[in-house]
Design a binder for this molecule. Structure first.
Ligand SMILES: [Zn+2]
Length: 502
């Protein structure tokens, strides 16, 4: 039977606004949740140590001393702490004590994010780094705060900044929870319309607008906001956390911040302290109706196979512009001020295909008959390596000369610097020679990837997203040029492309 001890201690990195008891209770819950999920059950009370005195050194911490005694006299599988620094921080002699005690008794240090086995060299190194990590380390503090927030959600508190429609955010001791307000009737009406009427969210929005009921922040209800509300378990008394988080992504040449919905498996849904507005039966009927709806198509359909890889000579990305009366075009996003004119999309596709075919021909030749490192090159490389070895011997001898007093420190430093310089030059030359060899292997792969991309571009049955994906395997960037100063004559200027492969 594995046996685990738990060590709880408030440290300087915890909020000053929380008492020792509050911090310990919070960590206790997190550790017990972890133990229940990962270690086969909660840890019994007699194995839990709570440090209530605020000593930084082990000498000043009676509970820590008890833990160290116990792991040395009993067979303990591991000690669970919220993070390594709870055991010791910074003080070298304390670090040594902790590491020795755990290492030689084969006791694991378990944290919810990582388990350290100090018999393992790498774990030991990593653990040491954790202990000596600065207290002001920003990410670290953020993580602590995040843990606190998640723990607060787990306790059923409401930690959002505003409150959901239908509720007011109210203070409950030191934390916040929700209380139904006058809007709760509107929420009930919404669920009723959705679960009993045969109408969609767009119609529900329309009906509410017609009744003169206003949402909080805008003039009118939208189908999307109603859909979000109908799916929000807050209305059955639950707290949902991590539903949306802000992420930044690179999209078509621009950084876009968005708050996409997290995957349901990443949600944290717990029983809240607040009162439900909707019964579980009605809520699950509402979800059932969502489940039966046909999957909606993604709003933005990719229509540009060059999205993310084609840029105008001015630096902005090229975008796809459908035309109602003529062929669709590719156009610079900065077209108002850019001197590069647009082109017919299909013409650009044809041009890219032509260029990729040329590349493919070259790669095919290289793949069929890979360039060999010539004998001369090989001899050169061998000679370079030989010289490097001799340099290394010389450098070793320098130390001897220094030790024997043949060289003064000054002469040594000077000679040593010269040799080191020559050594790095040699190393670079050797690397360059060996590099040619490494590149030989990739020609066939590159050729095949190019052929795939070309076939996709030429095949109308292949989706644009697929074309885009295959292009991104082979193309790093395409720069589009169609510069002209002569207004009105631009049609005569052909466009040109600079293609850079990966
Ligand atoms: Zn431009």
């Amino acid at each position: 039977m594995p046996k685990y001890l738990v060590y709880l201690r408030k440290s300087r990195s915890d909020s000053e606004h929380e008492t020792v008891e509050e911090v310990l209770a919070k960590h206790y819950k997190m550790i017990q949740d972890y133990a229940a999920a990962k270690l086969g059950g909660a840890i019994p009370e007699e194995l839990i140590y709570r440090e209530v005195v605020s000593g930084e050194t082990i000498q000043d911490r009676p509970e820590m001393k008890k833990i160290l005694d116990r792991i040395q006299t009993e067979d303990i599988t591991g000690v669970i702490v919220i993070e390594p620094q709870r055991l010791s921080r910074g003080d070298l002699s304390d670090c040594g004590t902790v590491i020795r005690a755990f290492r030689y008794t084969d006791t694991l240090i378990i944290t919810p994010t990582k388990t350290y086995d100090l018999a393992d060299k790498f774990d030991r190194k990593f653990f040491e780094m954790e202990l000596t990590r600065g207290n002001d380390y920003l990410e670290y503090v953020k993580e602590i705060m995040m843990r606190g927030r998640i723990a607060s959600v787990q306790a059923g508190n409401y930690i959002g900044s505003g409150s959901p429609y239908g509720y007011d955010k109210i203070k409950d001791g030191k934390t916040f929870t929700l209380a139904p307000n006058g809007e709760a009737d509107v929420v009930r009406l919404m669920f009723q319309l959705w679960t009993t009427g045969a109408i969609g969210t767009t119609t529900i929005a329309y009906k509410l607008n017609e009744l003169g009921i206003k949402p909080r922040k805008s003039e009118r209800w939208s189908s999307a906001s109603i859909r979000d509300m109908l799916k929000n378990p807050v209305y059955i008394g639950k707290i949902r956390w991590n539903w949306r988080k802000t992420i930044k992504k690179y999209d078509d040449g621009e950084i876009v911040s968005s708050r996409p919905k997290a995957k349901p498996e990443d949600w944290l849904i717990v029983d809240g302290k607040h009162e439900a507005i909707i019964s579980e039966e009605v809520f699950s009927a509402a979800q059932e109706r969502f489940g039966k709806l046909p999957k909606t198509k993604p709003k933005m359909k990719l229509n540009n196979a060059f999205a993310g890889i084609m840029h105008c000579a001015c630096g902005r990305s090229m975008t796809y512009r459908p035309q109602s009366r003529s062929a669709d075009r590719l156009i610079c996003t900065n077209m108002k001020y850019c001197s590069n004119r647009s082109a017919i999309y299909q013409d650009v596709v044809d041009e890219v295909v032509k260029a990729l075919k040329d590349f493919a021909d070259d790669f095919k030749k290289l793949a069929d008959d890979p360039p060999k490192i010539s004998d001369i090159q090989k001899t050169t490389a061998d000679a370079l390596i030989k010289e490097l070895h001799s340099l290394e011997t010389q450098q070793e001898r320098l130390y001897e000369f220094l030790e024997k007093g043949i060289y003064t420190a000054e002469v040594f430093t000077k000679r040593n610097a010269t040799l080191s310089q020559r050594r790095s030059e040699l190393q670079e030359a050797i690397n360059a020679a060996q590099c040619n060899e490494a590149q030989e292997i990739n020609y066939r792969e590159k050729y095949l990837a190019l052929i795939q991309a070309i076939h996709a571009l030429e095949d109308d049955t292949v989706g644009v997203a697929e074309k885009n994906k295959l292009l991104k395997f082979v193309v790093k960037d395409i720069i589009y040029h169609r510069e002209t100063d002569i207004r009105g004559k631009w049609n005569n200027v052909p466009f040109s492309l600079e293609i850079e492969l990966l």
